[in-house]
Design a protein around this ligand. Structure first.
Ligand code: XUL
Ligand code: CO
Length: 433
């Protein structure tokens, strides 16, 4: 049975096509900087937004009742969902997917029952993976929806809840490993606080650091060789989340001895919520050698919450691709569409329009960023701003060879004014859009 009978396999037809069910820019096999577009991006479908989210919000229930979400038995429903997911991904040419344990199948009433439900679902999913060649980019555990996690999961003040979180992470790691997952993600949805008055922040952070180390040790002992990602976010659902932004997470990972195994998964809308740009967050991660993966979406400039809209801003995405290309690409991860349809987009085929648009936009951004780096003077201009550190005393300072007094003795006359030329840099980028 087909869940999307009206939608064909999505072809690449080029920029001039009028066909809304075709790619205009994303051509999987096109090579840019020695890698195919498919290799650059490793586009992944987010199981939660695309197959489990019917459009509910705090003011009303779902507007989409999915045909794969009807049967009473949880494993039957999970199998139908997987059938729909793999049909969808195959038609789009999406080679990867990502899930939370609870997106695959409902939670059981005990950890043992949850484990049984997960294993039964994984059997079915792994058959689809074998048939289609679609891979698991990352798995994760949903440690934020169940009421038991209202005060946090690994940072919960109650040890009994921390143990429950451990049972869930262990099972999520098992299923990720079983399905050949390339990476494993921690997003600390409720790892944070609502009020400092009732919170021992140091104790909670110590517990979080310890918990992540235990998860790493367990997964490594099971033979997992992939990368663990932390996904920073400043707030929502907690008032203050411990994984506030990229710089905070880099410091945290180094402090708790996790930097060798963990990298960052940077999400666009989380970056903007933390008061940074997406490209700033990417740059912080890249400079720390920890740019692992991205969650692609965007926020809305007229409001301040995590709207998770599909990417739609070529200019911003091109600036992000400049950072990613300069960093040599993503380390192990890919581009996961952590994005959802608007609540009033109620046709099943809207799921296709959303992903086609996102993939095409990334392709355009990649092509533009590549040309900016190859054809424009932008790289040379940026280097030139720092040229005084490349030779002579500047280079000696950069190598740590000058004391403060030696440096001070080199101060002579008022330095010549040197323009930052921001407008020219901006014009150079715009020229390629
Ligand atoms: C929430 C969010 C999550 C993570 C995975 O804002 O981004 O969906 O990506 O838990
Ligand atoms: Co995300």
């Amino acid at each position: 049975m087909s869940y999307f009978p009206a939608v064909p396999q999505i072809p690449f037809e080029g920029p001039e096509t009028d066909n809304p069910f075709a790619f205009r820019h994303y051509e999987k096999t096109q090579t840019v900087r020695g890698r195919t577009m498919a290799e650059h991006f490793k586009f992944a479908c987010a199981y939660w937004h695309t197959f489990t989210n019917g459009g509910g919000d705090p003011f009303g229930g779902p507007t989409r009742v999915y045909p794969w979400d009807r049967k009473p038995d949880p494993v039957d429903r999970a199998r139908d969902k997987a059938d729909a997911a793999f049909e969808f991904m195959t038609k789009l040419g999406l080679d990867w997917f990502c899930f939370h344990d609870r997106d695959l199948v409902d939670e059981g009433t005990t950890p043992a029952e949850s484990e049984r439900l997960l294993a039964a679902t994984a059997d079915h999913v792994s058959e689809h993976m074998a048939d289609t060649g679609i891979g698991l980019l990352w798995g994760t555990a949903n440690l934020f929806s169940h009421p038991r996690y209202m005060n946090g999961a690994a940072t919960n003040p109650d040890f009994a809840v921390v143990a429950h979180a451990a049972a869930q992470v262990q099972q999520a790691l098992d299923v990720t490993i079983r399905l050949g997952g390339e990476n494993y993600v921690f997003w600390g949805g409720r790892e944070g606080y609502m009020s400092l008055l009732n919170t021992d922040m140091k104790r909670e952070l110590d517990n979080l650091g310890r918990f992540l180390g235990l998860a790493r040790d367990y997964a490594r002992a099971q033979g997992f060789t992939g990368t663990f990602f932390i996904e920073p976010k400043p707030c929502e659902p907690s008032k203050h989340q411990y994984d506030y932004d990229a710089a905070t997470v880099v410091g945290f990972l180094r402090h708790y001895g996790l930097a060798d195994d963990f990298k960052l998964n940077i999400e666009v809308n989380h970056a903007t919520l933390s008061g940074h740009t997406f490209e700033h967050e990417l740059q912080v991660a890249a400079d720390a050698g920890m740019l692992g993966s991205i969650d692609a979406n965007r926020g809305d400039y007229q409001n301040g919450w995590d709207t998770d809209q599909f990417p739609n801003n070529l200019h911003e995405l091109t600036e992000a691709m400049l950072v990613i290309l300069r960093a040599g690409g993503l380390q192990g991860g890919g581009v996961n569409f952590d994005a959802k349809l608007r609540r009033n987009s109620t046709d099943l085929e809207d799921l296709f329009h959303a992903h086609i648009g996102g993939m095409d936009l990334f392709a355009r951004a990649l092509l533009a960023a590549d040309r900016i780096l190859e054809e424009s003077p932008i790289e040379a201009m940026r280097q030139e701003r720092y040229a005084s550190f490349d030779a002579g005393s500047g280079a000696a300072f950069a190598r740590g060879k000058l004391s403060l007094s030696e440096l001070a003795a080199l101060a002579a006359g008022e330095p010549e004014m040197r323009s930052g030329k921001q407008e020219l840099f901006e014009n150079l980028v715009n020229r390629y859009l």
